[in-house]
Design a protein around this ligand. Structure first.
Ligand SMILES: Cc1cc2nc3c(=O)[nH]c(=O)nc-3n(C[C@H](O)[C@H](O)[C@H](O)COP(=O)(O)OP(=O)(O)OC[C@H]3O[C@@H](n4cnc5c(N)ncnc54)[C@H](O)[C@@H]3O)c2cc1C
Length: 174
């Protein structure tokens, strides 16, 4: 699909390097762009955080290799209380392999700091929603931008939800 002549693929490129938004107009590579722009990044970043930062929770993910055939009895075990980590994933339970050892991943919740770690989970407070609504209203000024996905809609989506959402948006636009 990516080899199609109409598709240009830019890796490791922030959208700011190719898109410029000014006075409700969209510019692509410095030229007025009249096509449809699908944006999947953070909504606050699209507008240079002019109404403030949308808060997120992040995670510090730490791998450990354990000297045992298996570490736990299920692929994923949640630890909602009593521990610094909130989840342990054991990959050998998902893709069984012959090995004397096993690798696990512990997830430690941490604050999201822009530029330092990844924005994983939106924080659902009234103040965060108020900021999001300001960006959402701003977005409405740009008729050719469709913001979709977990970052652009400031929502938590599972994979199946986000695929459904992408198909809904595609059908609504066609
Ligand atoms: C920690 C964690 C665990 C999860 N576990 C599960 C799970 O077990 N099961 C499940 O079903 N779902 C899980 N999910 C949810 C799943 O990851 C999401 O539903 C899915 O990735 C959302 O797809 P998306 O396209 O909206 O966003 P993403 O996959 O985040 O894609 C957004 C894209 O936008 C690009 N982008 C962002 N900002 C910019 C920018 N400034 N310039 C250019 N490009 C940019 C990114 O590079 C990325 O390619 C998990 C999510 C998280 C965060």
């Amino acid at each position: 699909m990516l080899a199609h002549k109409n598709i240009k693929l830019l890796l490791n490129a922030d959208f700011h390097e190719v898109i410029n938004l000014s006075s409700e107009k969209t510019k692509l590579f410095g030229k007025k762009f009249k096509g449809r722009l699908i944006y999947t990044g953070q909504l606050d970043e699209l507008f240079d955080k002019k109404f403030g930062e949308l808060p997120y929770r992040s995670i510090d993910m730490k791998f450990e290799t354990v000297d045992a055939q298996n570490f736990q009895s299920a692929p994923v075990v949640n630890y909602p209380n009593n521990y610094d980590f909130t989840r342990i994933t054991e990959f050998k339970q998902i893709h069984p392999a012959k090995s004397e050892r096993t690798t696990i991943l512990k997830e430690f919740p941490q604050e999201y700091v822009a530029g330092q770690n990844e924005p994983y989970y939106p924080i659902f407070t009234d103040s965060a929603q108020a900021i999001y609504q300001k960006y959402f209203a701003e977005l409405a000024q740009y008729k050719n931008i469709t913001a979709v996905g977990r970052l652009a809609e400031y929502r938590y989506y599972d994979i199946d939800d986000v695929v459904k959402r992408a198909l809904e948006v595609f059908n609504a636009l066609n």
